[in-house]
Design a protein around this ligand. Structure first.
Ligand code: W6P
Length: 418
């Protein structure tokens, strides 16, 4: 049908990546005109990304692409795609108003050709992210005079944000729904392994989801009042590593003590340069460290038993390099057999965790499993990779495990999209 054609059409455009730095440069004290430019970018870019996902869901192996849960996920992507392409484009009149309110800042003027094209309002030109997302240069070359903008600009922004929020909420259950599909698929195939193709698809799919939600989250946040001077949307330009990691330590220890009903909870030592700060999304950092610590705590408690008087402490070491900030989480929980290392990164639910996927399951009567749903580690690695980092595990079977979380300081890495 017609919608299928439009999706196929949009899926032929390449996705445009954005770097952490671009998100920050773009989002610092944005005027309504700048927010409108960002809205225009998202209005073009999000349907392209959504269309790619629909096509990929379609091209999953037979049986899997027909699973009810996979079809439900596809329906969410189609609905959001539809909503976006039916959202009105910015009218020529508003474009012209923003264009004429956009001034070239004098300080840099001499470096530009006399009639250098105004970056704000040209129409559909794909593949030129610098055209849509002003580079650092553009940021200083152009500014929008807020007073000269018509009220329609802020009205458009507000209405677009509403649509984005609705889309974001619609996609909340994507990870669990798709996971359910994988479980059903494995039951159908009478196997417990996810083949490489599906594993690869899920990595791409969830990475794309992180990116889409990051872009939506930025746009939504930038349209609200700035919560703190160090924040640009959900990005903190001075993320205090020790503070965020300590918070994750406290939370993980609390959850662990609660889950195993421990008298003594394993200690977690933090060695971190005081005052170490970098540009990052604090919630992502918290999420990854929290996930690693839960795994380490579980390993230690299950090795020594839940009634031990003392446990070997878990050690968290933060290293400050020029390229990377690396966070090592070391436990003495007995390690992982080398033959099981690959499985750690696969999207699979263990039998103990399956009840969570049963819609009839009474959540109030259930303790969240300490080590997540089996998705914690692969998803954490995607969060790390999203901004140019990585997550690696080194295990010494019979002793313990070291997790290395590398986070790029350069912040120039574009979102990985394929
Ligand atoms: C383990 C298994 C694991 C996974 C991830 C991080 C730490 C650990 N420790 O024994």
């Amino acid at each position: 049908k017609e919608l299928a054609n439009r999706i196929a059409h949009f899926a032929r455009f390449p996705q445009t990546g954005v770097s952490l730095r671009q998100m920050v440069e773009f989002g610092q004290n944005p005027s309504q005109g700048t927010l409108l430019r960002a809205a225009q970018f998202l209005h073009d870019e999000l349907p392209i990304r959504l269309a790619h996902r629909v096509v990929e869901l379609d091209s999953l192996p037979d049986n899997l692409n027909q699973m009810p849960s996979v079809l439900r996920v596809k329906r969410m992507y189609i609905d959001s795609f539809n909503e976006l392409i039916n959202f009105p484009k910015v009218s020529e009149r508003i474009k012209e108003a923003v264009r004429s309110a956009t001034v070239q800042l004098s300080a840099e003027r001499r470096h530009l050709p006399e009639n250098h094209p105004n970056p704000s309002c040209n129409d559909m030109q794909r593949n030129l992210s610098s055209h849509w997302i002003p580079s650092i240069q553009h940021r200083y070359h152009y500014e929008v005079k807020p007073t000269e903008l018509p009220v329609e600009v802020s009205e458009y922004n507000r209405s677009f944000v509403k649509t984005l929020e609705k889309i974001k909420r619609r996609h909340d259950p994507v990870v669990t729904t798709l996971a359910q599909g994988i479980v059903e698929y494995k039951q159908l195939l009478q196997t417990n392994v996810v083949d490489n193709h599906v594993q690869h698809f899920l990595d791409r799919f969830y990475l794309s989801r992180i990116g889409i939600r990051m872009l939506i989250g930025q746009q939504v946040e930038l349209n609200q009042q700035q919560k703190h001077k160090d924040y640009v949307g959900v990005i903190c330009t001075h993320t205090k590593v020790a503070e965020v990691v300590q918070e994750a330590i406290d939370n993980a220890r609390f959850i662990c003590g609660d889950y195993y009903m421990l008298m003594n909870i394993p200690e977690i030592e933090l060695h971190c340069p005081k005052d170490l700060e970098f540009m990052y999304v604090p919630s992502h950092l918290h999420h990854m460290i929290f996930e690693l610590l839960k795994n380490s705590l579980r390993a230690v408690v299950e090795l020594y038993g839940d009634e031990a008087d003392a446990y070997p402490p878990i050690k968290v070491v933060v290293a400050e390099g020029n390229e990377d900030i690396t966070i090592k989480v070391s436990d003495e929980g007995g390690g992982i057999p080398r033959s099981a290392m690959e499985q750690v990164w696969t999207y699979m639910y263990t039998t103990a965790q399956t009840p969570m996927l049963d819609p009839e399951f009474d959540k109030s009567d259930f303790k969240a499993p300490l080590a997540g749903f089996g998705y914690g580690l692969p998803l954490s690695r995607l969060y790390a990779r999203y901004f140019g980092g990585d997550l690696k595990l080194i295990s010494m079977e019979g002793y313990g495990t070291d997790a290395y979380l590398h986070l790029s300081r350069l912040s120039d890495n574009e979102e990985p999209l394929a």
